[in-house]
Design a protein around this ligand. Structure first.
Ligand SMILES: Cc1ncc(COP(=O)(O)O)c(C=O)c1O
Length: 361
């Protein structure tokens, strides 16, 4: 006799991660997970070294130093900030706190898939709204919101599209949603975005609106392995999440690394310019080889194998893998002729460009 999992879990298909193993290949260029390909701030690395002295202690449950650094750097209220073990932990807490068996959640077609898993497990019905021309459809979202809707979840800039929703559209959506529907803005790639064309959502939270902004240290700060994310949210949301969080889920090393990273603004500026330059070089090359790229404000590029390319996306992916380059296939988003390439280091992008040119030129 076995113990059955809850029905919501039994019905879930397994979540697929990219296969990062390439046995027998000497040099693997892994561009499948949108991590930062260059090391994090040297100050973050030094902070981790120093944190070793306190390994026998629990980390600070209140995350005070990191929250203070975030408040200072971004001009935010300390009491509206909370950190988690990756933004995924905060998504899980939001799903647990706000999704019940009779609730609905609205997500956009090209959004972060794992959030749907978390809401489904929490008992909610997830409604997915199409993105015509890969743009978040504000009218389409508003059209499916009903009395059961608790959360609307948007990824901005989008993953896998790399596109930003215009600031006016974010504000319009918030204004037209019923007050009791929470708008979650996942800005995992926000640090790469051009501030002029991007709505962070911080001011909207400050205005008292029902909005939660999610951020992560996994992308532009290069700390994916340390597992630190944070949210900026109204006090009633923070109060609910604090009650159900796992205490000390973020290690002391991770808290210290994140604090050092967020205070190192010069390093972030360097990362943005380095990744931006490599991204634009890649887009130019890909277009010249007949691939159809989307403009991106992130550390990845989504492209389609257009009519002038002799290979399908699946064939290109296989042939790149054979040469040691791993990209992310987009089948789970029904984008069967697209691939997503994270921007690697300068050396990785040289190898990728050579291999791609040899396959397509
Ligand atoms: C849009 C988006 N949100 C959230 C995450 C997860 O971030 P974290 O590492 O902070 O859990 C990712 C990771 O790829 C992502 O692409």
């Amino acid at each position: 006799m076995t113990t059955p999992a809850r029905p919501q879990i039994d019905r879930l298909p397994p979540y697929t991660f990219p296969d990062l193993n390439l046995p027998g290949v000497d040099r693997v260029v892994q561009l499948a997970q949108n991590e930062l390909a260059i090391p994090p701030s040297p100050r973050a690395i030094e902070a981790v070294r120093q944190s070793a002295d306190d390994m026998h202690r629990y980390s600070d449950t209140e995350q005070t130093d990191l929250r203070r650094a975030l408040a200072e750097v971004h001009g935010l209220n300390l009491t509206n900030l909370m950190c988690g073990a990756g933004s995924l932990e905060l998504m899980n807490l939001l799903a647990t706190a706000y999704c019940g068996s009779d609730s609905e959640v609205v997500v956009s077609q090209y959004g972060y898939k794992f959030f749907q898993v978390l809401c489904t497990v929490a008992g909610a019905t997830v409604r997915v709204v199409d993105e015509p021309r890969m743009q978040i459809d504000v009218e389409g979202i508003l059209a499916v919101v009903n009395a059961k809707t608790r959360l609307v979840f948007l990824v901005n800039p989008g993953n896998p599209t790399g596109l930003c929703l215009p600031p006016d559209a974010v504000r319009e959506l918030r204004d037209r949603l019923p007050r009791e529907v929470m708008l979650i803005l996942d800005g995992a790639y926000a640090e790469f975005a051009d501030e002029a064309g991007f709505e962070s959502g911080f001011d909207i939270v400050d205005s008292g609106a029902n909005v939660v902004v999610l951020r992560t240290f996994s992308k532009a700060y290069g700390l994916a392995g340390m597992r630190v994310g944070w949210c900026y949210a109204p006090r009633y949301v923070i109060d609910a999440l604090v009650k159900i969080r796992v205490p000390n889920s973020i290690s002391a090393s991770s808290l210290m690394a994140a604090e050092a990273a967020v205070r190192d603004r010069d390093y972030l500026a360097y990362v943005r310019s380095e990744i931006g330059e490599l991204r634009e070089q890649f887009i130019e090359l890909a277009n010249s080889l007949g691939l159809v790229t989307l403009p991106s404000t992130t550390n990845f590029v989504l492209f389609e194998c257009g009519d002038s390319v002799s290979l399908t996306a699946a064939e290109l992916e296989t042939q790149l893998r054979a040469k040691g380059v791993i990209l992310r296939s987009m089948g789970s988003y029904d984008l069967h002729n697209h691939l997503r390439a994270s921007i690697g280091s300068r050396e990785e992008m040289e190898i990728f460009s050579e291999v791609l040119t040899a396959l397509l030129a």
